[in-house]
Design a protein around this ligand. Structure first.
Ligand SMILES: *[C@@H]1O[C@H](CO)[C@@H](O)[C@H](O)[C@H]1NC(C)=O
Ligand SMILES: *[C@@H]1O[C@H](CO)[C@@H](O)[C@H](O)[C@H]1NC(C)=O
Ligand SMILES: *[C@@H]1O[C@H](CO)[C@@H](O)[C@H](O)[C@H]1NC(C)=O
Ligand SMILES: CC(=O)N[C@H]1CO[C@H](CO)[C@@H](O)[C@@H]1O
Length: 658
């Protein structure tokens, strides 16, 4: 507030505000400011006594903050915290925050690599687990995207039918996501009756309203193998920015959509025969822009999603072909186009609807209910235009009250040891191999979320994974939680001791409460990686607190010291309980283990993540905890070296192609 008052008093600020906010004054900025995370004030840091190690400098905590934190703490668990059971089918409920979540549909015949996992399903999983802890009514759907040329090709290679290929790889995907503990409410597929029904309905509506056009477009065809090529799998030089590895549907460098025929490719036996096609995206520009303006300003769109969408619209909407000359797809119902199927980029996003329809007959309560439902799409940035322009245009054109995306969450790319994941070169870790490393699923989740490409590209590195494992998980988080539990077991016969709070303890409660609030503000905005850092900072505070107070020494001294050791132990074990709740979305298994070890009451989960967060005393004096044991194993250097060699790119490790 004092910073704001000081800045607000400056003349230059006032005149700028006058210009931009058009007379509303600085009050016009208030709601914007309130949506931002609380800044860390440098003034407060200066108020701390001089300290040579900047990492040790803690926030300044005022008397008021300490009193407020102590009051919250003493309120204890609330009896009416939300039950966690999920009853299927989950449907929107009056008076609740109803959230429909999708993660980009993985293409069925690719085994997903770690980049795919963090970009889509894992990020969405963390948010859906978090949302349920907050008491929101969540539905999380996903499934395999099964139609298209790539499936036909794979079937030919393996001597199977496309359906058999889909069945086989759908099972592969399911088992990988299960191992990573991705907790979908429903994981379906696009090759269903519902898909045909809904896609054809959308098609006819667009047709009746005049949004489709018959025209002739060129397509890439390989004369040698006598077939049309899937856009996504053609590589060439981007006609816009000359990036040499652009794909036939899109350039990953400049983000523009490409017509595959405009790509410069060097294959010799390609032809570009004309084909009749139906095109969409006509006349929807104004409607789209109005909707986008509203959605991007009221919802949480990541910066890259907004920017990619803007650069798309700048070039104007051009008609896109929505049909292809294949067999393996959703049939076009129009009698003049009987031989054609829908193009995957028209068809695949409709999969979100049809998969939900396979989950419940009342799917339209989610998908045709924009007033009650908020829609989140999770994806990597290369999928943005299809979700922010192409798919919304299909739905807007139907004039049928569909639920359109409110929050578009796109990650940047995850590289592998400073290169790209590559299936063909055998570089990188693919979903099916992660479990063979012997590293637990929770540790994988932790590291992937720790390096989540949030706001910028990041890289998976074995050495860094070992470091983070050992320094953050083992020495910081695991060590703190384990010590807190061990003190209760060893010094207090397994019962939480009486706590008599002093200034120092109250100060810690305030620090921890502040970190919790930051965590909630960030998680509400789907800043998953940034929120994780606040969990780790709580255990850092905790370790420091134990280190300074040395309960293992005090317990051997006089009465007053023994009571002090009791307070420190009691506060610490309560922080451990809070940490288990905050960690639940990230590491569900470890979180459960901690709560089992502490014998923590179920209501601690609902209570602490209510509102803006409440660090309460959930393990009262006299509470008996369970058996305590270490949570994490050390990753040894030789183990990491072996894994690095194994996945380093010298050999192809594709068990499914074998
Ligand atoms: C967490 O603690 C570290 C080390 O004490 C500090 O550098 C960092 O800024 C803190 N992070 C947050 C998000 O407060
Ligand atoms: C979808 O629903 C149909 C009809 O109820 C059922 O036969 C099919 O197995 C379901 N498919 C999936 C992928 O759930
Ligand atoms: C869309 O749904 C809302 C309520 O959910 C309703 O008020 C509105 O009239 C509907 N619009 C159309 C075009 O059906
Ligand atoms: C393999 C590896 O990097 N191990 C390190 C794990 O962390 C501990 C301490 O944090 C180091 O001593 C190990 O070298």
């Amino acid at each position: 507030k004092s910073w704001f008052d000081r800045v607000a008093a400056m003349h230059s600020c006032q005149s700028a505000a006058q210009k931009v906010l058009q007379g509303k004054g600085l009050q016009g900025m208030k709601s914007y400011m309130q949506r931002q995370p609380v800044p860390q004030s440098s003034q407060s840091r200066d108020a701390q006594p001089c300290n040579s190690n900047p990492a040790e400098v803690s926030r300044f905590v005022s008397e008021e903050e300490m009193e407020a934190a102590t009051l919250t703490w003493s309120q204890g668990l609330s009896a009416d915290s939300q039950p966690l059971e999920r009853k299927h089918p989950i449907l929107p409920q009056e008076g609740k925050r109803n959230i429909l979540m999708t993660s980009a549909l993985p293409y069925v015949n690719n085994v997903p690599h770690l980049g795919n996992i963090i970009g889509c399903v894992l990020s969405a999983d963390v948010f859906s687990r978090y949302g349920r802890l907050r008491g929101w009514n969540m539905l999380f759907v996903c499934g395999t995207d099964e139609y298209g040329t790539a499936t036909e090709n794979k079937a030919r290679e393996e001597g199977l039918t496309p359906q058999q290929i889909c069945d086989k790889y759908h099972a592969v995907h399911s088992s990988i996501y299960k191992w990573f503990q991705i907790d979908f409410d429903f994981f379906g597929r696009t090759t269903t009756e519902k898909q045909t029904e809904i896609a054809q309905d959308i098609f006819w509506r667009l047709h009746k309203r005049g949004f489709l056009l018959e025209d002739t477009v060129e397509q890439l065809r390989c004369e040698n193998c006598q077939r049309f090529l899937a856009d996504r799998f053609v590589e060439g030089v981007c006609p816009h920015c000359r990036y040499p590895e652009a794909r036939g549907d899109q350039c990953d460098k400049c983000g523009r959509l490409i017509n595959a025929v405009d790509l410069r490719v060097s294959l010799e036996d390609l032809s570009k025969p004309a084909a009749f096609s139906l095109l969409s995206l006509l006349q929807l520009e104004t409607q789209l822009e109005q909707w986008l303006e509203k959605s991007t300003s009221s919802g949480d769109w990541t910066a890259n999603a907004k920017q990619i969408t803007r650069s798309w619209l700048r070039d104007g909407l051009k008609p896109r072909c929505i049909t292809r000359d294949l067999k393996w797809g959703t049939p076009v119902p129009h009698p003049d186009f009987k031989e054609k199927v829908f193009y995957v980029w028209f068809d695949a996003p409709i999969g979100y609807l049809s998969i939900t329809a396979n989950y419940t007959d009342q799917w339209d309560k989610w998908w045709k209910n924009p007033h009650q439902v908020e829609l989140y799409h999770f994806m990597a940035k290369d999928n943005v235009p299809f979700h922010s322009v192409v798919f919304p245009c299909s739905l807007l054109g139907t004039q049928d009250n569909y639920t359109l995306v409110n929050h578009l969450i796109a990650t940047e790319y995850l590289n592998y040891e400073d290169t790209k994941f590559s299936k063909s070169r055998g570089v990188g870790v693919f979903g099916d191999m992660a479990k063979d490393t012997g590293i637990p699923s929770d540790v994988w989740r932790f590291y992937l979320l720790y390096v989540r490409p949030e706001g910028q590209d990041s890289a998976f590195s074995w050495a860094d994974m070992a470091l983070k494992n050992n320094s953050e998980l083992l020495n910081n988080l695991g060590n703190f939680i384990n010590r807190a539990g061990m003190f209760v077991t060893k010094f207090f016969e397994g019962c939480v001791p009486v706590m008599e709070l002093q200034q120092e303890d109250k100060r810690l409660l305030a620090l921890v409460g502040w970190e919790l609030q930051q965590y909630i503000q960030l998680m509400d905005k789907v800043k998953i990686r940034d929120a994780l850092k606040h969990i780790l900072n709580i255990s850092r505070h905790g370790n420091q607190y134990i280190q300074v107070n040395e309960p293992w020494k005090k317990i051997k001294e006089g009465d007053a010291e023994r009571r002090r050791a009791g307070t420190v132990t009691g506060v610490s074990v309560n922080i451990a309980c809070l940490l288990s709740v905050m960690m639940l979305p990230y590491m569900p298994e470890v979180s459960q283990t901690i709560r089992d070890q502490l014998n923590a009451p179920q209501s601690c989960i609902g209570t602490m993540l209510q509102g803006s967060g409440a660090f309460v005393c959930s393990l009262n004096a006299g509470h008996r905890i369970g058996a305590v044991s270490p949570l994490f194993q050390k990753l040894e250097a030789d183990q990491i070296e072996a894994l690095k060699k194994r996945f380093g790119g010298q050999q192809v490790f594709d068990v499914y192609d074998a």
